[in-house]
Ligand binder design. Structure first.
Ligand SMILES: Nc1ncnc2c1ncn2[C@@H]1O[C@H](COP(=O)(O)OP(=O)(O)OP(=O)(O)O)[C@@H](O)[C@H]1O
Length: 488
């Protein structure tokens, strides 16, 4: 029998007793385990952090069966061990709990166990790898954590939207998208079009296990691109209410967006290189570099309702807000409705109060228009380093296409640390709402990308919706973008 002790740091397994009786647990020596993510070697055994424990139940003779995950070859593997557990508040002490309930409470300190979820798997995502990733990395952990899973393999574009429009939300706690960013976008829009959308947004969390080629949601909220680790974070993380953006346009009406809207070089690299999908994520970098070198410009007009007037003000605002999280305002229908769209876009000649047009010299020569809500748009691309989950702001970044090529190239080389925003030819501001009016010459085609998906090239108005999306984040915040650490 394995002996185990509840300590302040995790469940300490007695190595001597385990070596003879625990199949598959200590597959390597304690010193090897110490190198593995999430495991620490203590003087007399090996520690399973509470975070790695996904289920605990009683076994024969008052022993306890513990199901946990451990890292093996950069993947998380599910393990089970039966142990005699001591320590903590044992049942012979007054006010004590059984080892099972103590361990479950410690394992699920920030979240509820055993949820019921809809899982969308997009067979088309990430060069067609999503089904394999789901089956080998995500499903085993959900199953070990006793999640009830309603599995939906998407069959066509818009399937997740249709499904979410009609599903009985009372049966579920959340939605997990084993996909790229396209499926969370569809899920959110399905929910947005429901009559009971307030209750649906209040009830369901939406999270992503990264199985696509664009996985900004998992990267920014869960801090990982590994589907197994993301699953563990979803099970164990804090629930956070994050802002959404509402896009209003003539042909598409109202659409919610959780990630970004972009026009210019990035949209062309994202959507315009879809035919290069077979080479994976790198197609995006190649597309951007190519367009920058050709000094392509994308004329437009941009109006904003500003929150920050300059970069210094933005920095101060970020400093005062990045520690705060949580939205106290209750969700209601008004929180989901547009303020500046009544079925029509407002007249460009009559800006609403508090709005202003940005400098035409910049916008007529723009190379990149990028508005977003998440810091990381892809691995090593910290495009919105000052983004915060629920600050009621959209981060807007504009690149002036008149900058010399070496300056543009230099700023793009600093995307990994988010330092591009400090360059002179880059505008960086927080806005409450914005209007983009593309002004391409007759006959020229281009792209607008919304959450990485193709959108009609037309005038859009975008408004922030405060704290609408319930999602999961490791410690209740976005992955640290290092914005404060990288001030030039
Ligand atoms: N069965 C299907 N066949 C084709 N397309 C699908 C299918 N199911 C969903 N889709 C569409 O695939 C698109 C891309 O999905 P997703 O974002 O999950 O993957 P991705 O690999 O990150 O894609 P992208 O290269 O566009 O970033 C979505 O717009 C979605 O509607």
């Amino acid at each position: 029998m394995v002996l185990a002790k509840i300590t302040d740091h995790g469940l300490l397994m007695d190595q001597t007793s385990s070596e003879t009786s625990s199949a598959g647990l200590f597959c390597c020596s304690p010193s090897e385990l110490a190198d593995k993510n999430g495991f620490e070697e203590l003087s007399s055994g090996t520690l399973i952090p509470f975070k790695n424990i996904v289920w605990v139940e009683g076994a024969l003779n008052e022993s306890v069966e513990i199901t946990y995950v451990e890292q093996q070859d950069s993947h998380l593997k599910v393990r089970t061990v039966v142990a005699d557990v001591t320590g903590g508040k044992q049942s012979n002490e007054p006010g004590s709990k059984s080892a099972v309930s103590q361990l479950m409470a410690l394992a699920y300190a920030n979240s509820e166990p055993k949820k019921s979820v809809i899982v969308f798997v997009n067979p088309h995502s990430g060069k067609g790898k999503a089904i394999h990733l789901y089956a080998h990395e995500v499903e085993p952990i959900l199953s070990a954590a006793r999640y009830h899973v309603e599995l939906v393999k998407t069959e066509y574009t818009g399937h997740a939207t249709e499904y979410m429009k009609h599903v009985d939300i009372n049966k579920y706690d959340g939605v997990i998208c084993a996909s790229g960013d396209g499926i969370p976008h569809e899920v959110l829009n399905g929910i947005y079009s429901r009559e009971d959308r307030v209750r649906a947004f209040e009830r369901l969390f939406i999270a992503q296990t990264p199985c696509g080629s664009g996985n900004a949601m998992a990267l920014s909220c869960l801090g990982t691109l590994k589907p197994g680790l993301a699953t563990l974070e979803i099970i164990k993380g804090h629930t956070v209410r994050s802002d959404l953006m509402l896009i209003c346009s003539k042909s598409a009406g109202l659409r919610v967006s959780f990630l970004s809207q972009t026009y210019g070089v990035i949209a062309e690299a994202d959507i315009g290189t879809e035919w290069m999908r077979f080479i994976g994520e790198i197609r995006f970098d190649i597309g951007v570099a190519f367009k920058i070198l050709r000094r392509k410009q994308f004329p437009c007009r941009v109006a904003v309702k500003r929150i920050t007037n300059d970069k210094q003000e933005l920095l101060e605002r970020y400093k005062s807000q990045y520690q705060q999280h949580g939205v106290t305002r209750l969700l209601d229908e008004d929180a989901l409705k547009p303020k500046y769209f009544d079925g029509q876009l407002f007249d460009d000649n009559q800006l609403p109060a508090g709005w202003e047009w940005l400098d035409d010299n910049v916008t007529q020569n723009l190379s990149i228009f990028y508005a977003g809500k998440l810091p990381y748009i892809s691995k090593d691309v910290d495009f919105f380093p000052a983004a915060l989950p629920n600050d009621g702001a959209i981060d807007l970044v504009l690149f002036d296409g008149r900058a010399q090529v070496w300056k543009s190239a230099h700023s793009l080389l600093q995307l990994d640390k988010g330092m591009h925003v400090w360059h002179d030819h880059v505008d960086h501001m927080k806005v409450e709402s914005l209007k983009l009016v593309p002004m391409l010459e007759q006959g020229r085609t281009s792209y607008i990308s919304v959450d990485g998906e193709n959108f009609p090239v037309e005038t859009i108005q975008v408004e922030v919706l405060l704290g609408v999306m319930k999602t999961v984040m490791n410690d209740g915040r976005y992955k640290d973008s290092g914005f404060l650490a990288h001030i030039p």
